[in-house]
Write a protein that binds this ligand. Structure first.
Ligand SMILES: C[S@@+](CC[C@H](N)C(=O)[O-])C[C@H]1O[C@@H](n2cnc3c(N)ncnc32)[C@H](O)[C@@H]1O
Length: 450
C-alpha cells in the first residue's frame, strides 16, 4: 500500500541497506519493522499531501501527467519545484487519481487513494444506491466494516447517516479520515478495530454502536482473487453472523458466490453495469424484499430491476428458433433466466446453457437479441466455407458451454468478405453447435472481433 510503488518495492528488498533513488539516499527499514514502518510512512505522506503545500504539489503533478511528461522527467521537475518529500507521493497519487476519475468523477481531485485501496474500491454510484436502500429501512447510524479509502463511508454520510468507519489498516483509516474531511462530512468516526471481534460482540440488532452495517470483506490477497469465502477477510463466518444478528445490513460478496451459501430470508442481488457484473450483495432481513434481484444498469445509467420471490426453477427447453436471446449476466447469476423466458415466451437452447431462443426480438434490458440465420454443427472448415459463401470476412465470436478461445476463432475466421456476423459457439441439445447470427439491432455485442 504505497504511494510511490516502484521505490517502495525496492525498499522492501534489502532491509537496512541505503539505496540511492533518483539522487536521494533512502534507508531500507530493518527486517522486523517491515509493513508497519511502511504503513507509518504512507500515513505521513498522506498527511503531507493534505496540507496546502501537498495540494499544490498534487496540482503540479496532475499538470505534468496531463502533459504526458514521462515519469523520470516529471519526478525530477517535481523534486525541484515542490521538494523531495512531496514529489514522489504527489506523482503516485496523481496517477491513482487518473485511474479513479471515471468512477469518482468530480470528487476525484479532492480524494486520496493508494493503489491497493483503489483496487478494492466499489463504484460510488452503486455505494450511493446501497446507502439509500439501507437507510430507507430506518437506520440513522451505520458501521462501515472495512472502510478502505472510504467509498461506502462517503456514500453513507452523503445519504445523511452518522458513520463509524472501521479498518485495522492504518493507511485505510487515514484515507477515510482525509477523504471524508475533504468532502466536508463531519459526522464520521474512524475507528481502529478488528471487524471479526466487533461482529462477534454484536447484540440487540446493533454493531459497533450503530443500528446498521455495511460489510465489504477483502476478497483478494497477493493480487489474486480469493474464491473460497472462508479465506476472505473477514471470513464467511463473520458474514453469516452479521446477517443473523444485525437485520439492517448489506454485505458485498463475490459475484461468483454459490447460491447455496445465501442464508434463508436473505435477499441476494447481482448488479451489472454496461453488460458486466460489477457486484453482488446480500441484504439483511430488514431491507430484504425478495428472494433474488437482478439489477441492470444500462450504458445510459438507467437502472432496471428484475425480482423473484421464490426460485423459478429451470426454463423450458426447445429447438432453436429465429432469434437468439443472450441474457444479461446479472439475470444469469441471480438465477432468473426462467423468469425472463416466461416473459419473452422463450425457451433454452440446451438445459445447461443460458441462451434463450424465440420467435421475435426482445427489447432490452434483460437480453440482447440476435437474428439467427444458420444453425450448423461445429466444424471449423465448414464454418469458414459458410462464411465465405456469404461474403462474411469479420465476425464477433461468443461462446457458452464450449472450450474454444473466442479471440483465436475470430482470427481463424477472418476473410476477404466485407460483411460481418456474430458466431455463437455453444451446445444445442448436448451437441457442439454454431448459431450464425446477425448483429443485434440495439447496442453492440461485447465479445471479441476478428
Ligand atoms: C474490500 S475493502 C473495502 C472497500 C470499501 N468498501 C470501498 O468500496 O472502498 C476491505 C477492507 O477491509 C479491511 N479489513 C479486512 N479484514 C478486516 C478485519 N478483520 N478488521 C478490520 N478491517 C478489516 C481491509 O483492510 C480493507 O481496507
Amino acid at each position: 500500500m504505497a504511494l510511490y510503488p516502484r521505490e517502495c518495492q525496492l525498499l522492501n528488498r534489502v532491509p537496512g541497506a541505503v539505496l540511492h533513488l533518483m539522487g536521494q539516499a533512502v534507508q531500507v527499514p530493518a527486517a522486523d519493522s517491515g509493513a508497519p514502518v511502511q504503513a507509518a510512512e504512507t500515513v505521513r505522506q498522506l498527511q503531507a499531501l493534505a496540507t496546502p503545500a501537498g495540494r499544490a504539489a498534487l496540482t503540479r503533478a496532475a499538470e505534468l501527467l496531463a502533459a504526458r511528461t514521462d515519469a523520470v522527467t516529471a519526478l525530477a521537475r517535481l523534486r525541484g519545484e515542490v521538494g523531495v518529500e512531496l514529489a514522489g507521493p504527489a506523482w503516485g497519487t496523481a496517477r491513482q487519481r487518473e485511474k479513479a476519475r471515471p468512477a469518482f468523477g468530480a470528487d476525484t481531485d479532492r480524494l486520496l487513494f493508494t493503489g491497493d485501496t483503489l483496487e478494492q474500491a466499489g463504484r460510488p454510484v452503486l455505494a450511493d444506491r446501497r446507502a439509500a436502500r439501507l437507510l430507507a429501512a430506518g437506520a440513522a447510524s451505520v458501521a462501515d466494516l472495512g472502510c478502505a479509502a472510504g467509498t461506502d463511508t462517503m456514500a453513507l454520510a452523503r445519504a445523511g447517516a452518522r458513520v463509524v468507519a472501521v479498518d485495522r489498516d492504518p493507511v485505510a483509516r487515514e484515507l477515510t479520515r482525509l477523504n471524508t474531511a475533504a468532502l466536508g462530512f463531519t459526522d464520521v468516526e474512524v475507528r481502529d478495530a478488528d471487524v471479526v471481534d466487533l461482529v462477534a460482540a454484536a447484540e440487540g440488532g446493533r454493531v459497533a454502536g450503530c443500528d446498521a452495517a455495511v460489510l465489504d470483506p477483502a476478497r483478494r490477497a497477493g493480487g489474486r482473487r480469493l474464491l473460497d469465502p472462508d479465506r476472505w477477510s473477514p471470513p464467511w463466518s463473520t458474514v453469516q453472523h452479521l446477517l443473523a444478528t444485525v437485520p439492517q445490513t448489506v454485505v458485498k460478496v463475490a459475484p461468483g458466490l454459490d447460491h447455496d451459501r445465501v442464508p434463508a430470508g436473505v435477499e441476494a442481488e447481482w448488479v451489472s453495469v454496461g453488460g458486466s457484473i460489477v457486484e453482488a450483495l446480500l441484504w439483511g432481513s430488514a431491507p430484504s424484499a425478495t428472494w433474488r434481484r437482478a439489477t441492470v444498469v444500462g450504458r445510459d445509467g438507467v437502472v432496471h430491476e428484475l425480482t423473484a420471490d421464490a426460485d423459478p426453477g429451470g426454463a423450458p427447453v426447445g429447438p432453436v428458433r429465429g432469434w437468439l436471446h443472450e441474457p444479461d449476466p446479472a439475470v444469469i447469476r441471480s438465477g432468473l433466466v426462467a423468469v425472463v423466458a416466461v416473459e419473452l415466451g422463450a425457451t433454452l437452447v440446451d438445459p445447461t446453457i443460458a441462451y434463450l431462443t424465440g420467435d421475435s426480438p426482445a427489447v432490452p434490458p434483460w437480453v440482447t437479441s440476435y437474428p439467427v440465420t444458420d444453425v450448423v454443427p461445429f466444424n471449423l472448415k465448414k464454418l469458414k466455407a459458410l462464411l465465405r459463401s456469404r461474403g462474411i470476412g469479420r465476425v464477433t465470436v461468443k461462446k457458452r458451454g464450449s472450450p474454444i478461445e473466442p479471440e483465436t476463432l475470430a482470427r481463424q475466421l477472418r476473410g476477404p468478405g466485407g460483411a460481418t456476423a456474430v458466431v455463437v459457439v455453444t451446445r444445442v441439445a448436448g451437441a457442439p453447435t454454431v448459431l450464425l447470427c446477425q448483429a443485434p439491432s440495439r447496442g453492440s455485442p461485447r465479445a471479441c472481433e476478428g
